[in-house]
Design a protein around this ligand. Structure first.
Ligand code: PXG
Length: 287
């Protein structure tokens, strides 16, 4: 495996950064998770735009233009001869001292691109659907740490994942600071009720898979809404599913012990999963 590290390709064991990097010391940095399907990088521009939006707010200057970043990603895929891949782009604050002050990290960020394979959940869950719970840890208040920032600090989501694991579940719903449904630990959530698709409008990352699903649903004449969502509405929905680059689209059939619909993945979910499979294999940056 070859890893891109600041313009060079190095082996897995040589791909190291300093223990004084603030990405390591403080989670001070940004990342993206991207997928390629059959030599097409899906929604690459959207992922790159989101990465540069996060670093803009964090005031980290990436020493590559977006075009150069896209080339670096494509080159990493080519050198690793991967047809289908999960791509992780990491931008750290860089090396500083032991204090928080990012101004002292004056050597510039570390840029890392890892390409590998990933499967988040067992294949059978995609056929049967998942059983998930709501956990006590709420999603970050947007005025404290905005969920739109795809930063290297994922402790909010990891604490929620630990709570899910402790209760014997592999995924969890996180509520926002007002008690509305926000998203899951690494996925967005959708419900279907009377053929209308809805997804939370606030407290969540604006996922790229989420945007794709909304677009596919609109194109196939389904009504789509972004709005405040309560747990009661999730419990009483006809269908529920989660979306994310790593997880793709996965049906949910039980939430907090309440069966969703008839307890099997619904027809709208199945249809969207099929459309997603088609679009990911025909839309994207070729390499
Ligand atoms: N919400 C959160 C909090 C995420 O981290 C998504 C939604 C889905 O967004 P996209 O753009 O990918 O559709 C994400 C991204 C994991 C893992 O191991 C998941 C993500 C990132 C890194 C790791 O579950 N999901």
């Amino acid at each position: 495996m070859k890893i891109y590290l600041n313009g060079k390709f190095v082996g897995k064991n040589q791909a190291c950064v300093s223990v004084f990097d603030h990405g390591f010391l403080y989670g001070d940095g940004a990342f993206e998770g991207i997928r390629s399907y059959d030599r097409l990088v899906f929604k690459l521009k959207a992922h790159i735009d989101r990465l540069y939006e996060t670093t803009h707010t964090l005031m980290i200057e990436i020493p590559l233009t977006k075009k150069q970043m896209i080339k670096a990603i494509v080159d990493t895929l080519k050198i690793n001869k991967l047809k289908d891949a999960y791509i992780r782009v990491i931008v750290t604050r860089g090396v500083g001292d032991l204090g928080l002050d990012p101004q002292k990290c004056d050597g510039g960020p570390n840029i890392i691109i890892i390409t590998d394979k990933i499967t988040l959940y067992p294949e059978k869950l995609y056929d049967k659907g998942m059983d998930i719970i709501t956990v006590p840890t709420i999603r970050n208040n947007p005025e404290a740490l905005n969920p739109q920032l795809k930063s290297l600090n994922y402790l909010n989501n990891i604490l929620a994942k630990i709570e899910a694991n402790n209760s014997g579940f592999s995924e969890a719903i996180m509520l926002d600071h007002q008690g509305y449904v926000a998203e899951c630990t690494g996925d967005n959530i959708f419900i279907v009720k009377d053929n209308c698709l809805s997804t939370p409008s606030q407290g969540r990352l604006k996922g790229i898979t989420r945007d794709t699903v909304m677009h596919l649903a609109t194109k196939s004449k389904l009504k789509v809404e972004e709005r405040f969502m309560t747990r009661h509405e999730v419990y009483t929905s006809d269908e529920c599913f989660l979306t994310g680059t790593a997880a793709e689209i996965i049906p949910v059939v039980k939430v907090d012990g309440r069966m969703i619909g008839n307890g099997r993945p619904g027809s709208v979910t199945t249809k969207i999963m099929k459309m997603f499979k088609v679009v990911t294999r025909k839309d994207g940056v070729k390499y």
